[in-house]
Design a protein around this ligand. Structure first.
Ligand code: ADP
Ligand code: MG
Length: 443
């Protein structure tokens, strides 16, 4: 999808290209054509998804046409709940209007001296960005001319509602021509937003862009405790021989380790290759091309080298060594489960890696369920949910896994939204039988 295909004029496309945008975000792709067509819009999209451009670009496009009425008042009014936001919108206008004949933009904000703003309202304007309180002050003084207003935008309507600006917003809207186009932007359409929209918009088109799907929901995360290097090697070989494994990335802690493991796997008959930062770009590209074509089935990689790899047929990610940072864990497992296909992420943990595992769980808000492979169980009994039959009530209060697991869920309410719900998500439900296993590393 390109900006050109949204019916934006070339000058505007040029400015956004210069701003470094290569393609429209989802909310921009959906809102801009309807906005240009003149529809009223009620738009909800999460924070940071590019809503500003979704209304500024159509507003600029409108300014490229002759005004319906003569006069000096603004043709576009953007209401924002805060000063900071008003200034952001103003900056966006100047950024996106680069190349257009001068767009006269003014800002009217609370907490700033009146005289300069009064003077601004006396001069001809194209776009006025304002916070509601101060604008009402000026309206009461008869300083605002809305006679040529064509477009009213309410930005962050949910926050305006929270801040008690609904009355002022309605007063302002009532002072503008009824022929205007109105667009409401908000992170949510809950509560009074939809009602406000009904009062201020005419036959609005509803555009709802969902929050990015809780990530990694389609990735099953498993933990395997390992005694030592040789145990790890046998388990890895076992997983790589699984026919359900399409292609895998195996992560090692070091470049040297990646080379060594890749050679060993290759000698053992696996179509394996290494990928790490000591390889030059053309070597890396060649290896990745082999992965894409299926000539390499197992890629042994380090964190940095594997960032951003997008090969949908990667069915498994195997953490041969655990990542140093929990954040890297998320990047690693995200190499599988691409394009909506299910993925499996297997992590090997040494007996004293418990702390690292808990860091990861706290970060993701998910308990990683421990599994064992029959005949390859670790010598030291570890927490496990793979074997059925909960061992209820064995020293559960002694700070065993049960408590930690619940803690992991509780400790990460923030991450919960990003990575999925700790309660009720698939990992959490898989985690349930595990809670009864109270011995973590036999303690
Ligand atoms: P929202 O209002 O939805 O919270 P913003 O409009 O403030 O989001 O945009 C968030 C960030 O995304 C800004 O830094 C903006 O420059 C950037 N941005 C907006 N649209 C695009 C795009 N099409 N491509 C790349 N970056 C974009
Ligand atoms: Mg915004």
């Amino acid at each position: 999808m390109s900006f050109e295909s949204l019916n934006l004029n070339p000058t505007i496309v040029q400015a956004i290209t210069a701003a470094g945008y290569t393609e429209p975000t989802a909310v921009q792709a959906q809102a801009i054509p309807d906005a240009i067509a003149g529809h009223d819009l009620m738009v909800s999209a999460p924070t940071g998804t590019g809503k500003t451009a979704a209304f500024v670009l159509p507003a600029l496009q409108r300014l490229g046409t002759a005004p319906a009425k003569h006069g000096r008042g603004p043709r576009v009014l953007v209401l924002t709940p805060t000063r900071e936001l008003a200034l952001q919108v103003t900056n966006a206008v100047s950024k996106y209007s680069r190349g257009m004949r001068h767009v006269r933009t003014g800002t009217v904000l609370g907490g700033m001296p009146y005289p300069k703003q009064r003077k601004l309202l006396d001069s001809p304007l194209d776009i006025l960005v304002a916070t509601p309180g101060r604008l009402i002050d000026f309206m009461e003084q008869g300083k605002v001319d809305f006679s040529r207003l064509e477009l009213l935008v309410l930005d962050e309507a949910d926050r305006m509602l929270d801040m008690g600006f609904i009355k002022p917003v309605e007063t302002i809207a009532a002072a503008t021509p009824t022929t205007r186009q109105t667009m409401l932007f908000s992170a949510t359409l809950d509560g009074g937003i939809a009602q406000l929209g009904k009062r201020l918009l005419r036959n609005p088109k509803l555009i709802e862009v969902a929050a990015p799907r809780a990530r990694h929901e389609n990735i099953e995360q498993r933990l395997h405790y390992v005694d030592d290097g040789s145990h790890k090697g046998r388990l890895l070989d076992h997983f790589l021989r699984d026919v359900a494994l399409d292609q895998a990335i195996v992560f090692t802690a070091t470049k040297r380790g990646a080379d060594r493991l890749a050679s060993k796997l290759y000698e053992d008959g696996h179509a394996a290759a290494a990928l790490h930062g000591d390889m030059n770009q053309s070597q890396r590209n060649r290896t990745l091309a082999k992965m894409r074509s299926g000539n390499v089935r197992v890629l042994v990689a380090t964190d940095v080298a594997a960032r951003g790899i997008d090969v949908p047929s990667i069915s498994h990610v195997i953490n041969y060594d655990l990542p140093k940072a929990a954040e890297d864990y998320v990047h690693r497992i995200g190499r599988t489960g691409r394009a909506g296909i299910n993925g499996i992420a297997i992590s090997f943990a040494a007996p004293d890696d418990g702390w690292q595992v808990r860091q990861i769980e706290r970060y993701t808000g998910h308990a990683i369920v421990a599994h064992v492979v029959e005949g390859m169980e670790p010598k030291v009994p570890q927490r496990s949910s793979h074997k059925p039959g909960p061992r209820q009530g064995k020293g559960g209060k002694s700070g065993g896994y049960a408590g930690r697991s619940a803690g992991a869920g509780r400790a990460a309410p923030g991450s919960a939204g990003r990575w999925g719900k700790p309660a009720g998500g698939p990992a959490a439900s898989r985690g349930k039988p595990e809670r009864s296993y109270s011995s973590f590393r036999g303690r």
